[in-house]
Design a protein around this ligand. Structure first.
Ligand SMILES: CC(C)(COP(=O)(O)OP(=O)(O)OC[C@H]1O[C@@H](n2cnc3c(N)ncnc32)[C@H](O)[C@@H]1OP(=O)(O)O)[C@@H](O)C(=O)NCCC(=O)NCCS
Length: 162
């Protein structure tokens, strides 16, 4: 009989399960599971972002410091329902890009869980400062999680204590 695969087999050692109200749904964050470009495109479509050529997206992911996916777990085929990535030097600075949670899964605390996971991964690299460019309608989402606005009020910055 084939061995039953656990979450670590699907998502790697550093995966994190998300608390969700429904017992029938299992949502998992991972920075180790590979991101499927078509699934990512579908997610970006779902949140209304304009399309980018897949070969450019592949390269952007390849050169990113961190790629985080949020999957609705299904042992046959996990479904990507959230995403974020970071660029940076991996030591001093990082910038977060492309934060998205599929509309069907929004409003359940998953965006917050995704950002916490991203910051935990960056903290484990000992990155000292994290920034992001928030769309105007989302600034409050980040501010509520402790991000500050830079003086020109255009960019959110998260500072770590040295
Ligand atoms: C922004 C986004 C990632 C939030 O994801 P989410 O899973 O709905 O967020 P959560 O449920 O974790 O929300 C956490 C808190 O932030 C609040 N919040 C969520 N979206 C918000 C917004 N746009 N503005 C202000 N507050 C917001 C929630 O009400 C919740 O508040 P609470 O803790 O007091 O209950 C999601 O709405 C999304 O993907 N949007 C489209 C893409 C996008 O705009 N990305 C950001 C680019 S900068």
């Amino acid at each position: 009989m084939p061995a039953v695969k656990g979450l670590t087999d699907f998502y790697g050692q550093r995966h994190r399960r998300c608390d969700v109200p429904s017992a029938s749904v299992e949502l998992v964050l991972s920075c180790e599971r590979e991101i499927d470009l078509i699934e990512l495109e579908q997610l970006c479509d779902a949140v209304g972002w304009s399309r980018r050529p897949l070969r450019r997206v592949r390269k952007a992911l390849q050169y990113s410091l961190l790629r985080v996916g949020l999957w609705r777990h299904d042992p046959r085929l996990p479904k990507l329902v959230g995403f974020a990535r970071c660029t940076g030097d991996g030591v001093v600075e990082a910038t977060v890009w492309d934060v998205a949670v599929h509309p069907h899964y929004q409003g359940a605390g998953l965006g917050k869980a995704l950002m916490l996971y991203v910051l935990d991964q960056l903290r484990s690299m000992e990155v000292e400062r994290v920034s992001l460019f928030a769309d105007p309608g989302v600034v409050a989402f980040y501010q509520a999680q402790g991000w500050d606005l830079e003086p020109q009020d255009r960019r959110c910055a998260f500072w770590y204590a040295p």
